[in-house]
Design a protein around this ligand. Structure first.
Ligand code: ITT
Length: 195
């Protein structure tokens, strides 16, 4: 099955390719010849992932899926959420984003948070969505060198290490993105069996 993952990020492409396994020809945006950043103008993760997938489906007529992820912090009414990448400004610097997050959480007692990923798949013109969530807490100072984004300040529930202190393999087993991708992979594999 030929399918496009609407991302420019080769790491994401590799991770998803591994989970999907044989029987899939996975194509990224670079291979499609799509060099521009895709539109992300919506106010929700559902809306943004759908906007990206629809953009590619309409332009290239190929079955495709896109993801969007946000960190949702309870005491901040779900912020930074869909704005996670640009929380501290358009520069998209993780260090600045983390600094702003910790500043905003300084006086809050409840440090609960979750990472949430939404994947939108468009297959033969039909739209499907898959969600992955991992809950945890935000700590007061960054710990760990691996990972990216908010990983150094997020400890998933039931663990002592931040995501940035875990190996990529460990993180992927329990992560929001891993869970959403597993759901997508299960769905696509069932489709392949049926046809
Ligand atoms: P693409 O759209 O190019 O794929 P992006 O940076 O926008 O890249 P996401 O939509 O997946 O990627 O995530 C938005 C932001 O949320 C990201 O820039 C990080 O700040 C944060 N984030 C997402 N996944 C994360 C993770 O697994 N660990 C830590 N932070 C994460």
């Amino acid at each position: 099955m030929k399918i496009c993952f609407a991302t420019h990020n080769p790491n994401k492409l590799k991770e998803v390719g591994q989970i999907l396994g044989e029987g899939f020809e996975l194509i990224g945006l670079n291979e499609l010849g799509e060099n521009e950043e895709l539109p992300e103008n919506q106010k929700t993760l559902e809306g943004n992932s759908r906007e990206k997938a629809e953009y590619i489906y309409k332009k290239y007529g190929i079955d495709c899926f896109a993801d969007d992820t946000g960190l949702e912090v309870y005491a901040l009414d779900g912020e930074p959420g869909v704005y996670s990448a640009r929380y501290a400004g358009p520069g998209k610097h993780s260090r600045d984003n983390i600094a702003l997050l910790l500043e905003n959480l300084k006086d809050k007692e409840n440090k609960s948070a979750q990472f949430r990923t939404v994947i939108t798949l468009i297959k033969k013109g039909r739209v499907y969505q898959f969600e992955g969530v991992v809950t945890g807490i935000i700590i007061d100072a960054p710990r760990g060198k691996d990972g990216f984004g908010y990983d150094p300040v997020f400890i998933p529930k039931g663990f002592d290490q931040t995501f940035a202190e875990m190996s990529l393999g460990q993180k992927n087993e329990i992560s929001h993105r891993g869970l959403a991708i597993e759901k997508l992979a299960g769905f696509l594999k069932r489709k392949i069996k049926k046809n």
